[in-house]
Design a protein around this ligand. Structure first.
Ligand code: MRU
Length: 344
């Protein structure tokens, strides 16, 4: 993808405003951790790995901004920046994982005789470049799962925009397309914020990968007619037994895929795994503002006075997942054993 969605300037961070895509390519500028936290909450930037990268850059930004302060005070302020960023969105493991890495630097930098702002910046940039590398590796490994000429369904946006670049599910699809394995991609629109229709379709069409947007409720019909050969999605948090939280609407796709004998693949880097919990019902599911459901493009679509529920994620049980593609290898069922052996 030629548009840069995260631009690091050392004392400033520019984020491509994903709320305004595909109509406009506009950037939001952040000068401190508080502004980064606001951007995450408002979904200027979204997608599990991207949240981790941007949060880490937010910490580095705070340290760069306060560089001249007394060192103990600087440490205290950086630690509160980590806390603030941690409170933005609860489900994506990558956000917490990246902040734990930044806190590791905060604990170790004195002993290593390093400059704190520089050490934090280097760690954040490392988190970013490691993610892009992981995406590319997953793309290579996972592409082989798709036979030539596959028609693939993906949900939400697990592309370059949702990561450091290249993408998890879309990384696999990109690579498989290069190898002639993808004839068409179906992007489910992903109500309420339409990440599929707006972002996935934008990314794929810019690269000349054939994509058709479908409504979220069209998947069953297409599967019944034999038009979908595989489902490929990303993940926000994967437990030790393989239960997988991803954008709301992923679980019904997994049930449908199983019902039609269609493989259901999850693509996620090791930073998405949370081995501290076993079961999916232990994952905190973000509840977002009901106005996101009740309105579309600023226009009310439900009667006034009606309430809405807006869970942002659901959990697909391990049993419905055909395989999980990680940068360390492909995990096949039983997922719990595979996860323990590869990542434990
Ligand atoms: O609410 P969002 O847009 O942050 O949700 C994003 C998703 O659910 C993605 O599918 C997931 O983060 C995988 S991103 C590579």
């Amino acid at each position: 993808m030629s548009v840069r969605h995260i631009i690091w300037e050392g004392k400033g961070l520019l984020l491509l405003d994903q709320r305004r895509l595909p109509e406009e390519e506009a950037y939001v500028r952040c000068d401190d951790a508080r502004q980064v936290a606001e951007a995450i909450k408002a979904m200027v930037v979204r997608g599990a790995p991207a949240l981790g990268i941007v949060a880490a850059l937010g910490v580095a930004l705070e340290a760069a901004r306060l560089g001249g302060e007394d060192l103990s005070l600087l440490e205290e302020k950086v630690a509160s920046a980590c806390e603030l960023l941690r409170s933005t969105r609860p489900t994506a493991r990558n956000l917490f994982w990246a902040l734990e890495r930044m806190e590791g630097v905060l604990k170790g930098w004195r002993g290593e005789g390093r400059d704190l702002p520089r050490a934090l910046e280097e760690e954040a940039l490392r988190i970013w470049s490691e993610d892009v590398e992981a995406n590319r590796t997953m793309g290579c490994l996972g592409a082989e799962l798709l036979p030539q000429g596959s028609r693939v369904l993906t949900h939400c946006n697990a592309g370059a925009l949702a990561t450091g670049g290249y993408g998890t599910a879309l990384g696999l699809i990109r690579r498989a397309h290069e190898e002639g394995r993808v004839a068409e991609v179906f992007a489910s629109e992903t109500r309420p914020l339409l990440q599929g229709a707006r972002l996935t379709a934008w990314e794929l069409s810019r690269e000349g990968i054939p994509v058709s947007v479908i409504t979220d409720n069209a998947a069953g019909h297409l599967m019944q007619r034999g038009q979908i050969g595989a489902v490929v999605v990303g993940a926000d948090r994967i437990t030790a037994r393989g239960d997988t939280a991803n954008k709301i609407g992923t679980y019904p796709l997994a049930v449908l895929a199983r019902g039609h004998g269609i493989p259901f693949y999850v693509v996620a880097p090791s930073s998405t795994f949370d081995l501290s919990i076993a079961r999916g019902d232990e994952i905190t599911i973000e509840e977002r503002d009901q106005e996101e459901v009740l309105n579309l493009y600023g226009r009310r679509i439900a009667p006034h006075g009606v309430r809405a529920l807006n869970p942002a994620f659901d959990v697909t049980p391990a049993e419905l997942i055909t395989a999980i593609v990680t940068e360390k290898g492909i995990i096949w069922p039983p997922l719990e054993k595979g996860i323990r052996e590869l990542l434990g």
